[in-house]
Design a protein around this ligand. Structure first.
Ligand code: HDD
Length: 723
């Protein structure tokens, strides 16, 4: 039965229906004015073979509505997936902020979170190399608070005035709308190679952080430095962090590209399925708090969004947890129509002079207007605050509220003066009275001129595997750039970060390896050309930061990890069941993959339902693979090229591979086993993610440990696999 539609006047309408003795159980089709439709198959015609009559208002309404179903997609972050949830505070930070959200321990505040990619259109792939948006709307009792962040803690540019240029450069090129959802093209790298301030962010975007395994396994950051204001009116600076309880994990670039073809909705589906299955994604909210007096005590400027505050310098304090526990009912009404705005603040949280943040404050309401068509977007159910709204704003397109009375101005006496301004003590918002004494100018502080020290810090903090992925990413991206001068400019930029990195990329591109760092020309911002200003080449006093490497993340859980069991008729049922039970008990998701769909019959006539066939799935959609025993099953799989490809690819992407000893015949057909048979029998094989055992219980235990490790990146050095 169709769900009842809720409107503002629901209860009145129901009363009217009852009085008129009209009952609606939601099962009959109607027009938008409530008329029951008798024939939804045929338009009104002049005879059975005659022309359609313009008077057919039912046909006209239906087609009209359909014709207008699309609204402009977001200019950035068009492709997104969202979920409802709650935020619960563990620890009050009341000494820093009066925001009830951060004072009321244990209160469950509803949230709606939308994750997104940035460059691609609504229908583009989830696995593009890109920044991920991480936008959280807290529906607090004091009004909506939006923390509109990303999965990377820094940004490409320091001033919002460059944002349209950045986005124009990264989006598909304007003459032919190619490429979709990809930064690997000339215009992006042309812009970047002329924009030294983007180098730190480029390190992040070229790292595996741009290829999350799941939206549930990535960090979130508020990026800017914000302010917390306490009851005494004192200000502290703050950076916000979201720390995923499942750890931070990524996929390989080759895998990301293949996932884009096999399942472009990979992240969307993963989020949806996890929530449907009750494995609710969780993040802890962390804060780095800095006293106002320490504003100038750092090597970087707190107002510069191309810098992070290393966790070694200001530790992240975890103060609460967000749990996403409900999927949206309707993608368009919720995920598409949700409207975030970094200017949606509540008392106790305020903005700073970060010039990137300042420009954002204008952009979001403006873009919602073009996207949603009216200022009344605030009244859409997903955007409506739970805090009551009382003001004199009226009318406009698509107004939902029916304001009553004759008073729509303030001050007024006719309405008893209502609504009154709220005093600060009544929860009225007051901006931090920052002292301003300055000349009006277009310019940038010298404290914004260091563009490389944190890019170096990030690169130096990466593990060997991460460095190699980052290097390969640059080779790929710049390899797609056709203009040699752009590639050369980028190599020059890279020398300021790491000479080895610059050399490796130069060799791949067939360019000269830079012998020495060519200094910038030494001039301060040149009049008229903001790109000419002179970056300072300096070092961070911190050589590396553990929090910047994913190698140091949580690796103790297999919750929601997807494991493929390759099976066919004749499989040994014990070999399936023991391992399946163990992995499922620990929270993994097991799928049986066979040459065809339907059921298979085990050695002792047990029926197993098949989840996916080798045709409808692929290894890139799983975290690990297992081949159980069973003479006939093993013989079938050993002669099935798709099964062998499945294993070769799982090896290539460094995933855990488990095989019953009696199923080694399948492994013997793979490229990697032929090359490396000993690796599978070594004492430490399990530590490399190879588990071969004929004791299913022992195999299951080792396998679970290996899956929790996520990937065995060292394998990339062991053997290259043509898969
Ligand atoms: Fe933005 C959307 C995050 C800089 C202008 N932005 C948007 C979304 C996220 C971010 C997550 C999607 C929200 C959703 O899911 O609906 N943006 C950021 C971060 C930035 C940033 C973390 C830097 C720290 N953005 C930024 C600048 C500007 C914009 C400098 C313009 C001056 N952003 C927009 C926008 C969007 C947007 C055009 C498009 C759709 C929307 O707002 O609702 O206004």
């Amino acid at each position: 039965m169709a769900k009842k539609i809720k409107t503002n006047q629901d209860s009145d309408k129901i009363k009217d229906l009852e009085q008129n003795k009209v009952y609606d159980d939601g099962t009959l089709l109607t027009t938008n004015h409530g008329l029951k439709i008798n024939d939804n198959q045929n338009s009104l015609k002049t005879g059975e073979r005659g022309g359609t009559l313009i008077e057919d208002f039912i046909l006209r309404e239906k087609i009209h509505h359909f014709d207008h179903e699309r609204i402009p997609e977001r200019i950035v972050h068009a492709r997104g997936s969202a979920a409802h949830g709650i935020f619960e505070l563990y620890e009050s930070i009341g000494q820093y902020t009066k925001a009830k959200l951060f004072n009321e321990v244990g209160v469950k505040v509803p949230v709606f979170v939308r994750f997104s990619t940035v460059a691609g259109s609504r229908g583009s792939t989830d696995l593009a190399r890109d920044v991920r948006g991480f936008a959280v709307k807290f529906y607090t009792s004091e009004g909506n608070y939006d923390l509109v962040g990303n999965n990377m803690p820094v940004f490409f540019i320091q001033d919002a005035i460059k944002f349209p240029d950045l986005i124009h450069a990264v989006k598909p090129e304007p003459h032919n709308e190619i490429p979709q959802a990809a930064s690997a093209h000339d215009t992006f790298w042309d812009f970047i190679s002329l924009m030294p301030e983007s180098m730190h962010m480029i390190m992040w975007v070229m790292s595996d952080r741009a290829l999350p395994r799941s939206l549930r396994m990535m960090e979130g950051f508020g990026v800017h430095t914000f302010r917390l204001i306490n009851k005494q009116g004192e200000s502290h600076f703050v950076k916000f962090h979201w720390k995923p309880l499942l750890g931070i994990h990524s996929v390989a670039w080759d895998e990301a590209q293949k996932i884009s073809g096999k399942n472009a909705d990979f992240h969307r589906q993963d989020l949806w399925e996890a929530i449907e299955s009750g494995a609710f994604p969780e993040w802890e909210l962390g804060v780095q708090i800095i006293p106002e007096a320490d504003e100038h005590n750092y090597e970087f400027d707190l107002l510069d969004s191309t810098k992070l505050i290393p966790e070694e310098i200001v530790p992240v304090r975890r103060i609460g947890k967000m749990t996403l526990n409900r999927n949206p009912d309707n993608f368009f009404a919720e995920t598409e129509q949700v409207a975030f705005n970094p200017g949606h603040l509540i008392p106790g949280i305020d903005i700073t002079n970060d010039p990137l943040l300042q420009g954002r404050l204008f952009s979001y309401t403006d873009t919602q207007l073009s996207r949603l068509g009216t200022h009344n977007f605030q009244e859409l159910p997903i955007n409506r605050p739970i805090a009551p709204v009382h003001n004199n704003q009226r009318d406009g397109h698509m107004r939902h509220t029916i304001n009553t009375g004759r008073v729509n101005y303030e001050p007024n006496a006719l309405g008893g003066g209502c609504p009154f301004q709220a005093k600060a003590s009544e929860g009225g918002f007051t901006s931090f009275p920052e002292r301003i004494e300055s000349n009006k100018l277009r310019g940038r502080s010298k404290s914004f001129f260091d563009h490389f020290s944190q890019a170096k810090l990030f690169f130096n903090s990466q593990s060997d595997a991460e460095k190699s992925h980052l290097t390969n990413a640059l080779c790929f991206e710049l390899g797609k750039v056709e203009t040699v001068a752009i590639r050369e400019r980028m190599i020059k930029m890279l020398t300021y970060i790491d000479k080895g990195l610059a050399a490796a990329v130069a060799v791949y591109l067939g360019l000269k390896i830079p012998k020495e760092i060519i200094p910038f020309n030494g001039s301060l911002p040149a009049d008229g050309n903001p790109n000419d200003y002179n970056p300072i080449i300096t070092e961070s006093s911190l050589k590396s930061s553990a929090a910047l490497s994913m190698e140091n993340t949580i690796m103790d859980s297999i919750i929601t990890r997807k494991v493929a069991f390759l099976v066919a008729d004749g499989v040994n049922e014990e070999s399936v069941k023991a391992v399946k039970d163990k992995l499922e008990t620990e929270g993994a998701v097991v799928e049986l993959v066979a040459p065809k769909l339907g059921f298979i019959i085990s050695k002792n006539n047990v029926e197993f339902e098949i989840h996916k066939s080798l045709l409808t799935t692929a290894s890139v959609l799983y975290d690990a693979v297992y081949v159980p025993a069973g003479i006939n099953s093993v013989a079938t799989l050993a002669s099935e090229p798709d099964a062998i490809h499945f294993l070769n690819e799982a090896f290539k992407h460094c995933k855990a591979i488990a095989v019953d000893v009696d199923a080694l015949q399948v492994l013997e057909q793979t490229y990697f086993y032929i090359k490396l048979p000993k690796q599978f029998t070594d004492k430490d094989a399990a530590t490399k993610g190879f588990i071969v055992n004929n004791d299913s219980n022992a195999l299951a235990t080792e396998f679970a440990k290996a899956i929790a490790k996520h990937r065995f990146w060292d394998r990339e050095k062991l053997q290259k696999v043509p898969a």
